[in-house]
Write a protein that binds this ligand. Sequence first.
Ligand code: AMP
Length: 248
Amino acid sequence: MANEAILNAWLYGGECKSNLPKPARPLHFVLLGAPGVGKGTQAEFLSKKYGAVQLSTGDVFRAIKNMPAETLSPAMKEAMEAMKAGKLVSDDTVISIVKERRGCLASGYGFLLDGFPRTVYQAEALKTLLGELNIKLDGVLNYALDTEEVVKRLSGRRTCKQCKTTFHVIFNPPKVEGVCDKCGGELFQREDDRPEAIRVRLQTYEESTAPLAKYYEKEGLLITISAEGSPEEVFNRTEKILKERLGI
Ligand code: AMP
């Protein structure tokens, strides 16, 4: 079960407290990989098995989008415009949003950072922040997949408006077209999953985010995992690596 209390605090701000039992060994990982490789799905599996909370900066920006315009700061409005165009939000805005939510990093449940850091500058800021919180990163799971396959996966993705569960029109279709299997909510195509935005996102990823892999390799934290095959196959690979590295 997802840790709704911590997730809500991450999305909307506020105190990071939950009544769920804490895992004996909280995971502290960054998830890397181009949009569409299936990071989110792997994060869900990891969350279920190890209790760590998936913290996605993209989800924070999507949540902001549904807030009344008059409550948004100019930085937030700028962030939304960048997101709509498939561009990256400025480093300083993203970093301040994560810093505001530092309690979610130190919740004791562990975390799977998804979509952050996206640049080396953000990675440096995360390193400083984790140092202040006395948290050691276990590693960086870098999911790797062919570009053609990424485009195929992304353009077919559909997301539930209510519970955010994702489906795929070919690989993981809902039982009823356009309707979420879990909560009956309406499925939609994310603005940034449309072909025009996908192209920009992949290019942006190559330019800004791929150097991150190099950065984490130097830090001795990079763990590259093939994202080919079914989500279960990819998760088996991930579990095996966690067992080897952390003995869990
Ligand atoms: P995602 O769901 O991670 O693909 O993020 C969706 C969009 O949110 C991205 O295309 C960016 O516009 C913005 N975004 C999310 N995380 C970051 C980040 N760490 N740095 C800059 N922009 C981000």
